[in-house]
Design a protein. Structure first.
Length: 280
């Protein structure tokens, strides 16, 4: 995964500079194969040579630092990314989701990020103690960009959400009402499936926490897990297999799509009744 992100970033820089591998190599006095090795995320190119290429491509400072750090890690599996000091904390997730042919998510406490309504996103971000006031607008944009990339119809998306996430107050009652209606609107998309785990079932196999599994056409699946201080991408297949088992169990436990829409509609009705009683 590190190698894919590294190679994709080099390709993007070459495109932005309107240069082919051969043209860049000629400008640096290299063989074309050296640029190809970098684009393919292969080791063997020195830091000095990488810096020369990044300089030729007028790489922005943050991207320069990111790619220099990735350079010697392109063949390592699993990837822990600390949140502290990271400006765009969802970059890798967005890029991997856009490559995926399938996304299966489990969200236990809040509505899954891929189907959060704009006002719900803003309320979530503005309540975060991890983000400064200056960081919050970019975080909101990044979350919306993630949705636009993943929900473009080019992959199947299955989301399991616990009922408690639909009832947890986020923002004002109007924000929650809009969020529930948003779930009903997006749930009819043919490539998107939303299924709720009802509170009434009690304990279940997803209690260890929320995660996402990404599947691809030609490479093994990976799992994304987010914690307070870091995000983790798991690639080793024995670990991925444990999460596959959790998803199979959730699939047997969750309400089907029609039952899920009925439950969401019922919650909307309950909240409307509460609002009327409160006004009285």
């Amino acid at each position: 995964m590190r190698g894919r992100e590294f190679g994709d970033a080099i390709r993007a820089l070459l495109r932005a500079a309107d240069l082919t591998n051969r043209a860049a190599a000629e400008l640096l006095g290299w063989q074309e194969a050296k640029v190809s090795e970098l684009v393919n995320g292969k080791e063997g190119v020195s830091d000095v040579d990488l810096a020369k290429l990044l300089g030729l491509l007028r790489t922005p400072p943050d991207e320069f630092d990111h790619l220099m750090a990735l350079h010697h890690e392109t063949h390592q599996r699993d990837w822990l990314q600390p949140k502290a000091g990271t400006k765009d904390r969802a970059r890798t997730l967005r890029e991997q989701e856009q490559k995926a042919t399938g996304i299966t998510g489990w969200s236990m406490n809040v509505v899954h990020g891929l189907v959060q309504a704009p006002d719900y996103i803003a309320a979530m971000v503005n309540s975060s103690r991890q983000l400064s006031e200056e960081e919050r607008p970019a975080a909101i944009r990044n979350r919306i960009e993630r949705q636009n990339g993943a929900l473009d119809g080019y992959r199947t998306v299955v989301l399991f959400i616990h009922e408690q996430a639909l009832r947890l107050p986020v923002g004002s009652p109007d924000v929650m009402a809009d969020q529930l209606h948003h779930l009903l609107r997006v749930s009819v998309r043919p490539y998107l499936t939303i299924r709720v785990i009802p509170t009434a079932i009690g304990p279940h196999d997803g209690l260890s926490g929320s995660f996402d599994m990404l599947t691809f056409k030609k490479i093994p699946p990976l799992v994304y897990v987010e914690s307070e201080g870091a995000t983790v991408f798991l690639e080793d297949q024995p670990s991925v297999g444990l999460y596959e088992d959790v998803l199979k169990s959730l699939g047997r436990t969750a309400l089907d799509e029609l039952q899920t829409r009925k439950l969401i509609t019922d919650i909307i009705g309950e909240e409307s009744c509460h609002d009327l009683l409160a006004e009285e």
